[in-house]
Write a protein that binds this ligand. Sequence first.
Ligand SMILES: Cc1cc2nc3c(=O)[nH]c(=O)nc-3n(C[C@H](O)[C@H](O)[C@H](O)COP(=O)(O)OP(=O)(O)OC[C@H]3O[C@@H](n4cnc5c(N)ncnc54)[C@H](O)[C@@H]3O)c2cc1C
Length: 257
Amino acid sequence: MKIAVLVKEVPDSYGERRLNLTTGLADREASDKVLDEITSRAVEAAVSHAESADGVEVALVSMGPESAEATLRKTLAMGADSAHHVLDSALAGADMTLTAEVLAGVLQRIGCDLVIAGDVSSDGTGGVIPTMVAERMGAAHATSLDTLSITDSTVAGERAAYGGTVTVEAQLPAVVSVTERLPDARFPGFKGIMAAKKKPLETYTLADLGIDAEADVPRSIMLSVTESPARTAGEKITDEGDAGKRLAEYLTEKKLV
Ligand SMILES: Cc1cc2nc3c(=O)[nH]c(=O)nc-3n(C[C@H](O)[C@H](O)[C@H](O)COP(=O)(O)OP(=O)(O)OC[C@H]3O[C@@H](n4cnc5c(N)ncnc54)[C@H](O)[C@@H]3O)c2cc1C
């Protein structure tokens, strides 16, 4: 069985996050580049399953700039078997349609039974790539799973729903997206780091995948981009016997209740 994990390199959310106001893209030089935490949890789920079952192979798949290669190498140290990186300058600023086409192209090329993705990335926050990839692959799809259980022929998990929890199951091949409720990722040990240096890491261009980024198909077009306003200091309410009333007035005024 082969599990592919969609991993994304993002600007560190603990560092400065800036938008390039000309291109509208994240300014990737403004902070360190790290593996998106949600995707590290997806890798953990895949690697844990590989450790507990026979014949399970874990492949990492990413589309991103050159720096993503180092991030993939570090992620291989968690125990995945191989990594697949799509690197092409024509992809800078790719919208979600193109991103999904590219990721599905790699997945179809390497072949896999199960794809695990994060439910939403911490930079783009589109939240639809896994669904678009499933559609392109013609595979079953389960979204926003808080737990994951994998067998040779199925994948199942729990999804929080309004007022309850829903358990869903799909036959493989399937694409699932997971939430930050999955267990934390492990820290790679020295042995894992050394082994990762020798693991296969393949790089693909758009031409390798037969994809034309300029094709005349519907794409989303960014019309404008503005920075979020700087944060202002909050309002302090000192209790002089009327704090509850003033708090309620404040919440009502801001239309929060
Ligand atoms: C040169 C280059 C520069 C880029 N610059 C930016 C940038 O500045 N800002 C930005 O947001 N994106 C950038 N991308 C990536 C790409 O444009 C976005 O990944 C894409 O639009 C998906 O949006 P999202 O992250 O909001 O998806 P979501 O739907 O929120 O992502 C959900 C899940 O899908 C998977 N996924 C999403 N994108 C990728 C990916 N690229 N590779 C592997 N798995 C993925 C992950 O598992 C993720 O948790 C760049 C790509 C390239 C090649």
